[in-house]
Design a protein around this ligand. Structure first.
Ligand SMILES: Cc1cc2nc3c(=O)[nH]c(=O)nc-3n(C[C@H](O)[C@H](O)[C@H](O)COP(=O)(O)O)c2cc1C
Length: 203
């Protein structure tokens, strides 16, 4: 089968991409709105772009009617956001926040999660997440034509909070975090089936 993604309807194009680029980490993005209302939503079009400087990118699509999602509106407003790591114990709560709620709904309350004040940004952090990254907006790119528009939000990580038990000898205990990833459709994966490979040493 040969497929030209630009000829596909929105859902099929989405299914093709999420079923192909996997597994994907999930950025649980918390932001603050104009009236101080908190917002929380998961995004798996998420990628670390560089470690030093610490740069991350999040791809945010549009609502069904083509309007901006609350997360994007808030990031444009405040110029910051927080990325919270999603673990197995947070999976159900994360999924609850993915509904298309109106801007006045605080998804922290929907999912019964606790907002925690960040050190350097206006956006709140998810207290229950073992790692939170405070990000300052650098750039927003835009692709596509209404209503099929996607914005790629690029941010600099300016502070990382790691729960003490997961930070040992200057390293994140990634195998103990029980982070989850997103596959195609409504499928997820665990990070408990891990193997090691040493790179070739060329002398
Ligand atoms: C695991 C998961 C990953 C998601 N990834 C994305 C994504 O990368 N980009 C996107 O636009 N929407 C994504 N969504 C859908 C958004 O979470 C959903 O549209 C949400 O309502 C946006 O909320 P907001 O309007 O409060 O920003 C994802 C949903 C789930 C459950």
């Amino acid at each position: 089968m040969k497929i030209d993604p630009s000829t596909l309807d929105r859902k099929t194009a989405h299914d093709l991409m999420v079923g192909t680029a996997l597994p994907r980490p999930i950025a649980f993005v918390s932001t603050a709105g104009a009236n101080g209302i908190y917002n929380l939503a998961p995004f798996s079009f998420f990628i670390p772009l560089s470690a030093s400087p610490a740069i991350v990118g999040v791809g945010i699509g549009r609502k069904r009617d083509g309007e901006k999602k609350d997360t994007l509106v808030n990031i444009e407003l405040t110029g910051d956001f927080v990325i919270n790591v999603v673990t197995e114990s947070l999976a159900e709560a994360m999924n609850q926040t993915a509904g298309e709620y109106p801007p006045e709904v605080d998804e922290f309350q929907v999912a019964k999660l606790s907002p925690l004040k960040a050190d350097l940004v206006k956006s709140p952090m998810v207290a229950e997440s073992p790692i939170q990254m405070e990000c300052r907006l650098l750039q927003i790119l835009e692709y596509g034509e209404f209503p099929r528009i996607n914005n790629f939000v690029i941010g600099e990580v300016i502070r990382v909070h790691v729960r003490d038990e997961f930070w040992v000898n200057g390293e994140v205990q990634s195998t103990k975090l029980k982070a989850i990833g997103r596959m195609g459709g409504d499928l997820y994966c665990r990070t408990t089936d891990i193997f090691e490979m040493k790179r070739p040493v060329i002398r």
